[in-house]
Ligand binder design. Structure first.
Ligand code: HC1
Length: 583
């Protein structure tokens, strides 16, 4: 252990601790625009400088580690004027269009200018030319003009996801973050995960907004607009609406959506239960008929793009199940449309997702199937095509929309989802945390295979923790070896094992983002390790409080099979709920 002094306070921290983290322990939050806890320390912004007795120069506290008896000053005049100078230099390169920027009032650069008392920049604007905005991606918009070259997006793409879609390009005043050959994100290997947008300190990387289109749909009297909410929204939205980190706001979220004007408020958790019905039966079929193992979950669209791009020869390992978002769309525009007597052409399905890649997924027309259902019935011709999911809003977009209409979120009464596509179980909410899809599938697979009741419902071994977790679950007398991975870098490890013929697993869950959807690229900013932990605790709390905790016991799902689908993996299930992948 190392003992040192920070602003006159003595602290003891482990050897190897960064000075910035040691200051935190002493209760001083040293600002930085480039440091990313657990991911990278780049030192590019120069904001985190501190003064150390005996050192001639100021030191970037994110790059250096503590030494015994160090005496650190975090806010000497020298430190404060250096921080201010470095910030003014950054502002000289940044468009001062805060009022119209998407990150207005949630921008680290803006907040720091306020904190450091920067009211004007002494420097002439250096970045004179306007660079083109890259809006080629279905999910992400990059504005290089607002970029401060902090490198966080590059680091997260390279080190957390191992995707390397973006890089620092060129030198000096021309330096920019861009894609291979500057061709735009859509032509790159980008998986649309949006982790870059989550760590960007300014408005340089944002989601592609569907807000206006959704306002227009809601206002159109000829349309019936259905909304579905992903499991992780209920533990993220509250933060963006001014409540505590990880607050569980299921009921307020429902009321807010109704106030916004949606005609029906449904739940992606309904179709998460449906996914479990199909996926657990697919697993059982593969286990008993000698199908391809390990079977890997398929609900996270960034992960799907990753395996299609980097491991096309492993696609047969993917479950053929569509994601719950897409299952919801196809069931809403077939089963529900029939039941409610609504022309599916007049239905708009809006998803609220913690994930930017869900925008990409909704646009993949090969996944759509409601239209083919109606066309096969002779109801529509090819030129009347409609998609399953029309618009996808991230948690951040929904929060902006709620603020725009002036909702007093904190004081909303708890509302209830509409039936039947609003009913769900504890298994379904678990989807929002890494390991949850696996846990939910095991609850159903266990009871389906053994025909006995599963009493211990919580599989602690695969709950939030390491990037890769494994467990051996006894299904009756049979051991089932499973693994769970979150982030694409960890998925790579498991795929390499499969490629080398060394995978010991029968079933693998992969989630694209750190700790799963609750850490998705569309979640409120900031999202960090501690906040993700709090969101996960709320997910587990919601599961424990649900009256029904196993997907196969959801009465609305049972009714869906009785009156429409008939059986898991049946003909209609294959048409509406399963898909194929692109090499
Ligand atoms: Fe997810 Fe899923 S859990 S992918 O992480 O399977 O986005 O929350 O909605 O579709 O249910 C995301 C979350 C989400 C799907 C479900």
């Amino acid at each position: 252990m190392i003992t040192l002094s920070v602003d006159g306070k003595t602290v003891t921290v482990p050897e190897g601790t960064r000075i910035l983290d040691a200051c935190n322990v002493a209760g001083i939050k040293v600002p930085s625009l480039c440091y990313l806890e657990d991911v990278s320390a780049h030192g590019s912004c120069g904001i985190c400088v501190v003064e150390i007795d005996g050192y001639k120069r100021l030191v970037r506290s994110c790059l250096h580690t503590v030494k015994q008896d160090m005496v650190i000053h975090t806010h000497s005049n020298r430190v404060m004027s250096a921080r201010k100078l470095n910030l003014e230099l950054l502002l000289a390169n940044h468009p001062l269009l805060c009022t119209t920027c998407e990150r207005n009032l949630n921008c680290e650069l803006q907040a720091l200018a306020l904190q450091l008392g920067v009211r004007e920049s002494r420097f002439e604007r250096t970045k004179k030319s306007i660079r083109p905005i890259d809006d080629s991606s279905p999910s992400i918009v990059r504005d290089p003009n607002a970029c401060i070259l902090c490198n966080r997006c590059v680091e997260v793409c390279a080190n957390v996801q191992e995707v390397h879609a973006i890089e620092m390009m060129q030198r000096g005043l021309r330096t920019t973050v861009s894609t291979f050959f500057d061709e735009g994100l859509a032509s790159s290997v980008c998986t649309n995960c949006g982790q870059c947008s989550l760590v960007c300190p300014t408005g340089a990387i944002t989601e592609k907004s569907h807000e206006s289109a959704v306002f227009d749909a809601i206002a159109d009297p000829n349309l019936v607009v259905l909304v579905q909410t992903a499991p992780a929204i209920r533990v993220g939205l509250g933060e963006a609406m001014g409540l505590g980190e990880g607050s569980l706001v299921t009921g307020k979220m429902v009321s807010a959506l109704r106030t916004l004007g949606f005609d029906r408020v449904f739940d992606t958790q309904f179709s998460a239960d449906l996914t479990i019905m199909e996926e657990s039966h697919e697993l059982i079929q593969r286990l008993t008929n000698g199908g391809t193992l390990p079977m890997i979950t398929s609900c996270s669209p960034g992960w799907i793009k990753f395996i299609e791009t980097f491991y096309p020869d492993q696609l047969e390992h993917l479950s053929s199940c569509k994601s719950p978002q897409q299952m919801f769309g196809s069931i809403a525009k077939t089963y529900y449309a029939e039941q409610a007597g609504i022309d599916p052409r007049n239905i708009r399905v809006v998803s609220i997702m913690p994930c930017t890649a869900k925008k990409f997924e909704a646009g993949r027309s090969e996944i759509d199937s409601a239209f083919s259902y109606w066309r096969d019935k002779g109801s529509f011709t090819d030129d009347e095509y409609f998609c399953d999911v029309d618009y996808v809003l991230t948690t951040r977009e929904l929060a902006r929309m709620l603020k725009r209409i002036g909702i007093d979120f904190a004081h909303l009464e708890d509302g209830k989802f509409d039936d039947p596509l609003g009913q769900s179980t504890g298994s379904a909410v678990l989807f929002g945390a890494t390991g949850g899809v696996m846990e939910a599938a095991l609850r159903t697979a266990y009871e389906t295979i053994t025909k006995t009741k599963l009493d211990a419902l919580e599989f602690e071994q695969i709950r939030i923790g390491a990037g890769i977790r494994e467990a051996t679950i006894m299904i009756g007398e049979t051991p089932l070896k499973v693994a769970v991975a979150n982030t694409l870098a960890n998925a790579r490890v498991l795929l390499d094992q499969i490629q080398e013929g060394k995978s010991p697993y029968a079933f693998i869950e992969v989630m694209t983002c750190p700790d799963g959807c609750l850490g998705g690229g569309g979640q409120p900013i900031p999202t960090n390790k501690e906040i993700r932990r709090k969101r996960a605790m709320s997910i587990y709390e919601e599961d424990r409080g649900m009256p029904i905790r196993k997907s196969h016991e959801n009465p609305s799902i049972q009714e869906l099979y009785t009156s429409f689908l008939k059986q898991p993996l049946g003909h209609l299930s294959h048409q509406l709920l399963h898909t194929t992948y692109v090499k």
